[in-house]
Design a protein around this ligand. Structure first.
Ligand SMILES: [Zn+2]
Length: 417
């Protein structure tokens, strides 16, 4: 079976110019003692916004791996695919994120829910899980309610998985199941029921992305109760270890944290908890490489800074249109957005200070950053002009991409510094 390594980082590279700079961060991590493999991910939605094809992600990854002589693992993730969107990814991906969030809450056939309850009497009553002090107490009605909410989603994942397996051969690809893009978080007892259903459906899932408690806004820090997050993450890890042993799921099954970049307040918690369970981690970054491109261009000054300013000023003009589709994953305070004339007068240091995710920097502005995060479509519209600027200023852009991944992500998560 193609096996996902213990630690992996999902990197997005919307414009397919930063694969080398991203891989460079994994090399720095390896040299510092942490083996983290890159997974280049791009969703169908991103491809449509940019006008790119899945083949381009594989090509950029291959180039980077050969240019930097990377000998570790690496993968290409067809991110957030469904049965309707998976086909064009099949030849170009070895990792598939089966997104079944839309089916959560839609009822499965009553006979299927009944059969699930008959098959799993162990899910009803007191469930003792290693390293969870107080056993879960569930009633038949609660387990029925959970099954009614999630069984159809798991059945959907099974359909997508079988479709991929028919084309690529069972065991020749890595399956992730994602349930993060939904309204309410899944509790650890719900996760246990979901994993039992996944085992029934015979999906060899290697990583699962639940929705966690709190807000995972794009490109900024976690907003929520850290104590509650820690308890939930701990219990999720315990539930996964339990489900691997009890239901025969793959031994390397691990959590996947989506929109996981920039969640600086969570990293020490995650770093502390993983070894307690010898658990792995997949962390998906939220497409923030694009922001490092803008920072690099701004740092380059001249035509680069002018371009970054122009994107912001256009974004301000199209504020509602750009932010609307992301309403649940961004929190922009319009009063904190600098005006077009202010930004037009900014120096390179003012622009990078406002945008770069350094919370201790006096100029850092999360509203400014989040607006630019969703403004990548404006750069896509510039086409060649944008890509040419990335080439001209490749060195400074690459330095920012690598530093962001290594210093602000891989170090605290996997090296604990
Ligand atoms: Zn996601």
């Amino acid at each position: 079976m193609l096996t996902l390594e213990k630690f992996s980082i999902g990197v997005g590279d919307r414009f397919a110019h930063q694969a080398k700079a991203q891989l460079h961060a994994c090399i720095l991590a390896r040299n510092a003692g942490a083996d983290v493999v890159p997974v280049w991910n791009k969703s169908n939605r991103e491809h449509s916004f940019i006008g790119s094809e899945p083949a381009s992600v594989l090509a950029a990854a291959k180039d980077a791996v050969s240019a930097l002589q990377w000998t570790g693992g690496w993968h290409v993730d067809a991110d957030h695919i469904r049965l309707e969107t998976v086909d064009r990814f099949l030849p170009h991906s070895d990792f598939f994120t089966l997104d079944v969030a839309d089916s959560i809450g839609k009822p499965a056939a009553t006979a299927d829910v009944d059969a699930f309850l008959e098959r799993h009497p162990e899910l009803i009553g007191a469930i003792q899980i290693h390293k969870i002090a107080t056993p879960f107490h569930t009633t038949r009605d609660e387990v029925r309610r959970i099954a009614e909410k999630f069984l159809l989603a798991v059945q959907d994942a099974g359909k997508i998985h079988r479709h991929i397996a028919a084309h690529k051969g069972a065991g020749n690809f890595i399956a992730e199941i994602s349930m993060d893009e939904t309204d309410s978080p899944q509790t650890p007892p719900e996760l246990l029921v979901i994993l039992a259903a996944i085992a029934d459906e015979q999906i060899p899932v290697q990583t699962i992305a639940p929705k966690f408690t709190g807000r995972f806004n794009k490109g900024v820090d976690y907003v929520g109760d850290l104590v509650q997050f820690e308890k939930e993450f701990h219990d999720d890890l315990a539930v996964i270890a339990h489900a691997i042993a009890r239901y025969g799921l793959p031994a390397n099954l691990k959590l996947s944290v989506h929109s996981g970049s920039d969640k600086f307040s969570l990293y020490p918690i995650i770093h502390r908890l993983l070894p307690q369970f010898s658990a792995g981690l997949h962390i998906k970054t939220a497409g923030t490489t694009w922001l490092e491109e803008l920072i690099g261009l701004a740092e380059a000054d001249g035509d680069g800074l002018a371009f970054s300013k122009e994107i912001y000023i256009h974004a301000l003009e199209h504020l509602d249109e750009l932010t609307g589709p992301y309403a649940t994953v961004i929190d922009i305070d319009p009063a904190k957005l600098p005006s077009a004339s202010e930004v037009a007068a900014w120096t390179s240091a003012q622009f990078t200070g406002a945008l770069r995710h350094d919370q201790s920097h006096p100029l850092f502005n999360p509203s400014f950053r989040q607006l630019l995060h969703v403004a990548f479509k404006l750069a896509a519209k510039q086409g060649r002009r944008y890509l040419d600027l990335l080439k001209t200023h490749e060195a400074v852009v690459a330095r920012n991409v690598t530093e962001n991944l290594f210093d602000r992500h891989l170090k605290p998560l996997f090296l604990g510094v």
